[in-house]
Design a protein around this ligand. Structure first.
Ligand SMILES: CC(C)(COP(=O)(O)OP(=O)(O)OC[C@H]1O[C@@H](n2cnc3c(N)ncnc32)[C@H](O)[C@@H]1OP(=O)(O)O)[C@@H](O)C(=O)NCCC(=O)NCCS
Length: 181
């Protein structure tokens, strides 16, 4: 059983290991297998993001993180930088639970939407986010900030034609009338 909670600074130490484990999933996609050997986000960077208050972890019954959702408020949106679940626990609903909690948090923060960048054609990337309600942004719909992120990813060796930016607009939800930002 896992519990979704806000990340604490002392979680940061184990997060690169979760990212490493999660990334092993890319070994099943031959042209993207190299991603499994890429460096992970550093502990210090995780600490900085956690301090900004919108990062979540999925913790096991001993309160050890097994999944993470790393996000920050950027202007009027919550941007998800990382969503990772340990390989052996993937496909059990933990990723979806992390996303659902991020949506709740985003509503409480009063932001207009959630954004992210991902692979268009990897089963557990864009198709999953699409089923969750995100839409792929195309052309002029990709704003300057997201264009900059996609360009930076391409410079890092990501195949630009397979990457996309996605957005989930947050309509008003029942009971979520308070703007605490
Ligand atoms: C993306 C990720 C965090 C999802 O976490 P998860 O715990 O596996 O997610 P869930 O069990 O809630 O499943 C999410 C969806 O992905 C699909 N999925 C998960 N693993 C899959 C796989 N190996 N192959 C095909 N589909 C898969 C599930 O069918 C599910 O779809 P649905 O909810 O629409 O029915 C996880 O797969 C992961 O860490 N992947 C590697 C890192 C990554 O790609 N992160 C996202 C970067 S944008």
């Amino acid at each position: 059983m896992t519990t979704i909670r806000l990340a604490r600074e002392d979680d940061a130490e184990v997060l690169p290991d979760i990212e490493q484990s999660a990334g092993e999933a890319f070994r099943t996609v031959p042209e993207l297998a190299w991603l499994a050997d890429e460096g992970n986000v550093s502990v210090e960077r995780h600490r900085i993001l956690i301090r900004r208050g919108a990062c979540l972890v999925a913790a096991d019954n001993q309160d050890r993180p097994v999944g993470l959702l790393s996000a920050t408020v950027e202007g009027d949106v919550l941007h998800i930088w990382e969503l990772d679940v340990r390989l052996e626990l993937q496909g059990m609903g933990i990723g979806r639970s992390l996303l659902e909690r991020a949506v709740e948090n985003a509503r409480q923060l009063g932001v207009a939407a959630i954004t992210l960048t991902t692979f268009r054609d990897v089963a557990w990337n864009a198709p999953f986010y699409r089923r969750f309600g995100f839409r792929i942004l195309e052309g002029a719909g990709v704003d300057e900030r997201l264009t900059g992120l996609l360009l930076a990813e391409a410079r890092h060796g990501m195949p630009a034609e397979r990457r996309c930016a996605m957005r989930l607009d947050l309509g008003p939800a029942a009971g979520a009338t308070q703007d605490i930002r």
